[in-house]
Design a protein around this ligand. Structure first.
Ligand code: NAP
Ligand code: F7E
Length: 331
C-alpha cells in the first residue's frame, strides 16, 4: 500500500486529493496546523479514513517529524496562504508560508528520503500575472502581480532547483483557477454562487463585487487533483500547466450564476471599488497540451456545469438540505 502525505489537507484541494488517493488504495496522512477551533469541515466525511498530524509550514522541525513518522512515498505540498488580496496585507507572512514553506518541506524530504519520496508542489497561474504570452504554457516567462504570485514563483523555482541539484523526484503543477462547492467563500466563484443563492432565498438583497472584466481559466477542483496525482505516477519528474484552455470574464460567471436561478444579474450586483486589487491579472488562459499528451489528463466538467453545480450546492446548503455529492469522475 502506498503512503501519501498532504500538507493543506483541510483545504479545497486537500479534501479532493484525499478522496482520490483513498480510491486508489493509498494510506493517506494529512498535515493540520493547530488552532483554537477545529477547521475540518471539508474532510469531515473522511474521519477515520485518513490520519491527521499537527505540523506547520513555519516550523521546520515539525515538518521533519511528520515525514519521519509517516514515511510517505509521495508528498503533496498544498498548504499555502492562498487568497491573493490578503497577500498585499500580509506580504511577509505570505512569503514565509507560500514561498519559504516549500523549502522547509523539500529540506525535510531531502533529509529523510531524497531517493525515495516523490514531491508535488502546488504552483499557480498567478505566477504568469501580467501575461507575456497567450495562452500560457510551461515555457511562458513569469511576471507575478501580487506578493502571493511572487511567493509562488519562489516555490516553483526551488522545486525545480531541488530536482536539478539533488536529482530528486520533484514536480511543479502550474494549476489555473479551480473551483468547487468546497471553495472558500472569499474567492469570486463561491462568493457569487453563495450570494446568488442567498438572494434567491430572500436572505440578501445585493452582491458586491470588484473587477467584472478580469478573465480567468476556471476548472473543477475534482478534475485538477487527478492531474497532481498523475504527475507523480510518471517515470520522470516534470512541470505541467493544468487548465481548461478557455477563459471567461467575472461578468460571464455572474450572468450564468443568476441565470441558474432565473434572475437578472444587473438588478442585484453592485461594484465596490475597495474590492479592486492594487495590481490585477487581466487575462489568464492556459494551454494544457503537455498535460493532455504526457499525462493523458483532460478536464471533465465544463465552466457552465461548474457554475450550475456550485449554485445548486449553495442553495441546498442554505436550505439545510444535504449537499449533492459532486465528486469527480472516478473518485
Ligand atoms: P485553500 O482551500 O486555501 O487551502 C489551503 C490549505 O493550506 C489549508 O488546509 C490551510 O490550513 C493550509 N495552510 C495554510 N497555511 C499553513 C501553514 N502555515 N501550515 C500548514 N498548513 C497551512 O487552498 P486550495 O484552493 O485547496 O489550494 C491548494 C494549493 O494550491 C495552495 O497552495 C494554493 O495556493 C494552490 N493553488 C490553488 C489554486 C486554486 O485555484 N484553488 C490554483 C493554483 C494553485 P487551514 O485550514 O488551517 O487554514
Ligand atoms: O479572483 C476578480 C478578482 O479571488 C478571481 C486562488 O486560488 O486562483 C485564485 O486566485 C478574479 C480576480 O481568485 C471580486 O479581481 C472581482 O481577477 O477568485 P479570486 P484569484 O485571485 O484568481 C489562483 C490560480 C491561485 O493560485 C490562488 O490561490 O475575480 N473579482 N470581484 C473578485 N475576486 C474576489 N475574490 N472577490 C470579489 O468580490
Amino acid at each position: 500500500m502506498k503512503r501519501a502525505l498532504i500538507t493543506g489537507v483541510t483545504g479545497q484541494d486537500g479534501s479532493y486529493l484525499s478522496e482520490l488517493l483513498l480510491s486508489e488504495g493509498y494510506e493517506v496522512h494529512g498535515v493540520v496546523r493547530r488552532s483554537s477551533t477545529e477547521n475540518f469541515e471539508r474532510i469531515a466525511d473522511l474521519s477515520g479514513k485518513i490520519h491527521l498530524h499537527q505540523a506547520d509550514l513555519l516550523d521546520q522541525l515539525s515538518i521533519i517529524d511528520v515525514i519521519k513518522e509517516t514515511q510517505p512515498d509521495e508528498v503533496y505540498n498544498l498548504a499555502a496562504m492562498s487568497f491573493v488580496p490578503t497577500s498585499w496585507k500580509q506580504p511577509v507572512l505570505t512569503g514565509e508560508f507560500t514561498g519559504i514553506g516549500v523549502t522547509r518541506v523539500l529540506e525535510a524530504v531531502k533529509l529523510l528520503g531524497r531517493d525515495r519520496i516523490k514531491f508535488y508542489q502546488a504552483s499557480s497561474s498567478e505566477m504568469f500575472g501580467k501575461v507575456l504570452e497567450v495562452p500560457q504554457t510551461e515555457t511562458t516567462p513569469f511576471y507575478p502581480r501580487s506578493p502571493y504570485g511572487v511567493a509562488k514563483v519562489y516555490g516553483h523555482w526551488i522545486t525545480v532547483n531541488y530536482r536539478e541539484s539533488y536529482n530528486m523526484f520533484c514536480c511543479s503543477g502550474i494549476l489555473f483557477n479551480h473551483e468547487s462547492p468546497r471553495r472558500g467563500r472569499e474567492f469570486v466563484t463561491r462568493k457569487v454562487t453563495d450570494g446568488v443563492a442567498r438572494i434567491k432565498l430572500g436572505m440578501a438583497k445585493t452582491l458586491k463585487l470588484g473587477n467584472l472584466d478580469s478573465k480567468r481559466d476556471w476548472g473543477f477542483a475534482g478534475d485538477y487533483v487527478r492531474a497532481m496525482w498523475l504527475m507523480l505516477q510518471q517515470d520522470k519528474p516534470d512541470d505541467y500547466v493544468v487548465a481548461t484552455g478557455e477563459t471567461h470574464t467575472v461578468k460571464r460567471l455572474v450572468e450564468l450564476a443568476f441565470d441558474a436561478v432565473g434572475l437578472k444579474w444587473d438588478k442585484y450586483v453592485e461594484i465596490d471599488s475597495s474590492l479592486v486589487r492594487p495590481a490585477e491579472v487581466d487575462l489568464l488562459i492556459g494551454d494544457p497540451t503537455k498535460a493532455k499528451t504526457k499525462l493523458g489528463w483532460k478536464p471533465e466538467v465544463t465552466f457552465e456545469q461548474l457554475v450550475e453545480m456550485m449554485v445548486k450546492a449553495d442553495l441546498a446548503r442554505l436550505q439545510g438540505q444535504s449537499i449533492p455529492d459532486f465528486k469527480a469522475k472516478g473518485i
